[in-house]
Design a protein around this ligand. Sequence first.
Ligand SMILES: NC(=O)C1=CN([C@@H]2O[C@H](COP(=O)(O)OP(=O)(O)OC[C@H]3O[C@@H](n4cnc5c(N)ncnc54)[C@H](OP(=O)(O)O)[C@@H]3O)[C@@H](O)[C@H]2O)C=CC1
Ligand SMILES: N[C@@H](CC=O)C(=O)O
Length: 373
Amino acid sequence: MPAARQIFVAVIGAGGVGKAFLSQLSQLTKRLSSEPSTPINLALIYVARSSKVFFNEDYSPISISSWESDLASSTRTVPSPTQIADYLSKAPASVILVDNTSNEDVANAYPLFLGKKISVVTPNKKGFSSNLKLWQDIFKAASNGTGSGGYVFHESTVGAGLPVLSTLKDLIETGDEIVKIEGVFSGTMSFLFNSFMPVGGGGGSFSAEVTKAKELGYTEPDPRDDLNGLDVARKLTILARISGLEIESPASFPVQSLIPNELESCKSGDEFMKRLPEFDGEMDKLKQEAAKEGKVVRFVGSIDVAEKDVKVGLEKFDASHPIAALKGSDNIISFYTKRYGSNPLIIQGAGAGGDATAMGVTADLIKVLRLLL
Ligand SMILES: NC(=O)C1=CN([C@@H]2O[C@H](COP(=O)(O)OP(=O)(O)OC[C@H]3O[C@@H](n4cnc5c(N)ncnc54)[C@H](OP(=O)(O)O)[C@@H]3O)[C@@H](O)[C@H]2O)C=CC1
Ligand SMILES: N[C@@H](CC=O)C(=O)O
């Protein structure tokens, strides 16, 4: 049996997606260690939540079966992204950093990590949908961009585990021309409208469905980031940039917010959730108005590449429309291209949830492993 190749994994963020990722990493580690042709010794060397961190100065591995208790009992001070980059860059093997947070400071440090040959895999949209300069700096530094640093993959930033970004890149790299991308891009919004306003009538109260979406792990850490349309706007920014549009930020195009004006000033997500039921009547009115026309309302987005037109918001659909018929947290994303003509290439399936999202993150980690070997 050939000698095993050592690769280190560092994980920042151990919430819904992070925990599911660590469980998939455990399976993957076992499988790769017994690969007959190229065994890989995949070792977890760093794990962190917002206020806790666990790692060993000498880079000895963390047991993947006891990371949770090791982290809980750790008394280490949480390092800054610069200190994390410094520690990881001195490791005696290649490192893949998995960012399972939605943290802006961690995302801002991607060019730094990549420049130090640390690869980055993440479902965190912030690095790819904030200002255009950060996007450019990330791909200037990365080896799968124009640089010579680590590799970067972020499939789960759009459509959770669905192959949305890889499909878009394949279309472009094989010479197709993207005309328009449209659909439902949020697992939370899909779940909310499918259950609050199902085809055929009925459905629960809007605020109760928001609570359920949060409990199911579909929402952003603060559900206001879904309801204000920004999560969808971030995803469209990423898709538009890959399609060649230089979108400065998600604030560059119209985005409809579902946050009631009166709740704009809420100081916390908890306060917002507590007061949201006061506005169920307004959402019921929206449902009744659509029903009068035999329609349902859904939260959608579109990118018209030729017109450089991006928009996000509510639209009415006939009951027979595929968008009206979605179930659960499903996303549906239609690529209209020159090659596919008027019959778009369509991707559909769960667009949120810990396991589905972690699948995209783990698949990205495998892509990096293949490049590193
Ligand atoms: N949930 C989903 O369906 C999907 C999520 N995503 C993206 O995946 C990411 C994670 O989402 P999710 O797991 O649902 O969110 P959670 O809120 O469940 O988890 C976030 C984790 O990040 C940790 N964290 C936050 N800031 C820091 C920091 N500065 N340093 C270290 N750890 C930090 C939190 O720590 P603590 O435990 O202490 O709070 C928590 O463990 C987000 O970027 C989200 O947009 C993408 C696609 C789908
Ligand atoms: N909050 C997001 C999570 C995935 O990106 C969503 O609901 O789609």
